[in-house]
Design a protein around this ligand. Structure first.
Ligand SMILES: C[S@@+](CC[C@H](N)C(=O)[O-])C[C@H]1O[C@@H](n2cnc3c(N)ncnc32)[C@H](O)[C@@H]1O
Ligand SMILES: Nc1nc2[nH]cc(C(=O)O)c2c(=O)[nH]1
Ligand code: SF4
Ligand SMILES: [Mg+2]
Length: 235
């Protein structure tokens, strides 16, 4: 079953969340059921980017031709990869090649291939995104991932987002929990200014987390790739 692919790139490092620093290839799918105000990958859903529908076996060949032998991990992101049934086949083929697979998704759509993922990040969206979380849906989602290597990651822009993150963490105390600095200028090419701003926001987020008894077990992370490469695409 074909998958609409926006870009395939790497090897790079996973810049976010539960396997931050892991060398990985990326497959970025097209389309999203959300439209977050601050989405750093709007080109996957706002009509400005172009996707190509590809068979899973052809994506495998592309990964090999771009990455050679210098990788053992593939991250599938988007857009929302959960829109695409065909990813199950892609995951099986990655595993047959001995590669581990990570997925980034917001937890709004379930697919039966999800429990097969080696590291799956569920990133429910805080109020600043303009999206509203269906918590009953998210309950079922995380229940089905009970035996999987899953984590929650919430992007934070302000105090209201932080409060939302506390609620999420309290609701799912057994799920590894990550706080991530929000990038509010996803267009700038002034890397020095962006880095300074992001580090300032990271320090602010660390402060919030230090003061919160609810966040005693949370990990606070920046988007490492944004600190290293700014808003550049394909890294
Ligand atoms: C582009 S999304 C694609 C996967 C999926 N749609 C999701 O949101 O989880 C990948 C990750 O980037 C995060 N993200 C998107 N825009 C961001 C921004 N401006 N600053 C920080 N993180 C952002 C999302 O929250 C998500 O965790
Ligand atoms: N290096 C790197 N790490 C990432 N982690 C999550 C990403 C994403 O866009 O989903 C991403 C990305 O685009 N690049
Ligand atoms: S859910 Fe993810 S890809 Fe979709 S708009 Fe939000 S951040 Fe962007
Ligand atoms: Mg990104």
């Amino acid at each position: 079953m074909k998958i609409p692919v926006m870009e395939v790139f790497g090897p790079t490092i996973q810049g976010e969340g539960m396997v931050i620093g892991q060398k990985t290839m990326f497959v970025r799918t097209a389309g999203c059921d959300y439209s977050c105000s601050w989405c750093d990958s709007k080109f996957t859903w706002d009509g400005t980017g172009r996707s190509v529908s590809k068979q899973p076996i052809d994506i495998i060949e592309e990964l090999k031709s771009i990455g050679g032998e210098a990788f053992s991990h593939v991250t599938i992101s988007g857009g929302n990869p959960a829109l695409h049934k065909g990813i199950g086949e892609l995951v099986d083929l990655c595993h047959e090649n001995g590669w581990k697979v990570g997925v980034e998704t917001q937890g709004s759509i379930w697919q039966d291939w999800m429990p097969k993922i080696d590291d799956i990040t569920i990133s429910p969206k805080p109020p600043s995104s303009g999206m509203v979380t269906d918590f009953e849906k998210l309950d079922g989602f995380l229940q089905k991932l009970n035996d999987s290597n899953a984590s929650l990651k919430v992007v934070i822009f302000d105090e209201e987002d932080f409060k939302y993150a506390e609620d999420v963490h309290l609701r799912y105390p057994g799920v590894p929990f990550f706080l991530q600095t929000g990038n509010s200028d996803t267009a700038t090419t002034d890397d020095a200014h962006l880095t300074a701003t992001l580090l300032e926001r990271y320090e602010w987020l660390i402060g919030q987390s230090i003061r919160s008894a609810i966040m005693n077990d949370a990990k606070v992370l920046p988007q490492l790739h944004a600190l290293v490469w700014g808003n550049k695409r394909g890294v």
